[in-house]
Design a protein around this ligand. Structure first.
Ligand code: MLT
Length: 261
């Protein structure tokens, strides 16, 4: 791991491992780079894998704003590429909130992306009741801290079998959620609540795109993601068996195969 100062005013904790074509991995909410542990291990044998803790999460510097938009995270990601001296077009891969950020990055700097991988995510904005739920959660964590958040989230993030077996992946994800900073959780929730609908812009994407979804994903369902994939010109949809929303962590063998293919 290294700490990289970026010119948008943050210091990011970053894995930069391996040589070759760069792949940038953007994690979900409210997680950190460790959700990509199996992709980092496998893909870094042949590629340069860059997996930051997004601003406010993991060991990166904190978010001081009340609301941190997906575009703000995308600007951080572009600044990180600059700070690392990466001037070739990359493979960009984001899961869920990392996917929302990836879509904003495409809007800001499509020329920096050679291939796109969207895992367990969507291009649409939140319906009003979902946005209200996020505002409520933001207020709750600022008032009461992270207690109870992981118990509420884990059954949505993982396939039912993983939850009932309390797998290592479930336990480690719970620990990451429990130690997340309430200020970052609130700011990112508010940013997600205010994110815009990008379902039209994605129809203009010209890069080869892989759309991945765990078969038991309860947050961004397989049918919703399949539909999103049909809107992207050169997209391929792959469903990952025995996995929920956290497909890369729950079934790394199939996820890695899809990415490598
Ligand atoms: C995530 O995994 O990043 C979250 O489920 C995103 C969201 O809350 O929409």
């Amino acid at each position: 791991m290294q700490k990289i100062e970026i010119n948008t005013g943050a210091t990011l904790n970053v894995v930069d491992q391996g040589d070759g074509h760069p792949i940038l991995l953007l994690h979900g909410f409210p997680l950190d780079h460790t959700m990509w542990q199996h992709q980092i291990a496998e893909l870094s044998k042949t590629h340069r894998v860059i997996a930051p803790d997004l601003r406010g999460f993991g060991e990166s510097s904190e978010i001081t704003a009340d609301t941190f938009h997906m575009r703000d995270f995308a600007e951080d990601a572009i600044s990180l590429l600059d700070a690392l001296g990466i001037d070739v077009a990359i493979t960009l891969c984001g899961l869920s909130m990392g996917g929302y950020i990836s879509l904003e990055l495409m809007e800001l700097a499509a020329e920096r992306v050679k291939r796109l991988i969207l895992c367990d995510t969507r291009a649409t904005a939140d319906p009003p009741e979902v946005a209200r739920g996020r505002q409520l959660m933001a207020a709750n964590v600022l008032a009461d801290g992270m207690a109870g958040v992981s118990d509420n989230m884990i059954p949505k993030l993982f396939a039912p079998q993983a939850v009932s077996e309390n797998t290592k992946a479930v336990q480690s994800t719970k620990a990451v959620i429990d130690s997340a900073q309430p200020s970052a959780v609130a700011a990112a929730q508010r940013g997600m609540a205010e994110r815009r609908d990008l379902s039209d812009p994605i129809t203009k994407f010209a890069v080869p795109t892989l759309v991945i979804c765990g078969e038991h994903d309860a947050i961004t369902t397989s049918s919703e993601m399949q539909q999103m994939a049909t809107r992207i010109q050169s997209a391929r949809f792959v469903q990952i068996a025995n996995a929920g929303h956290m497909a890369p962590l729950e079934n790394p063998i199939e996820t890695n195969r899809a990415i490598i293919d």
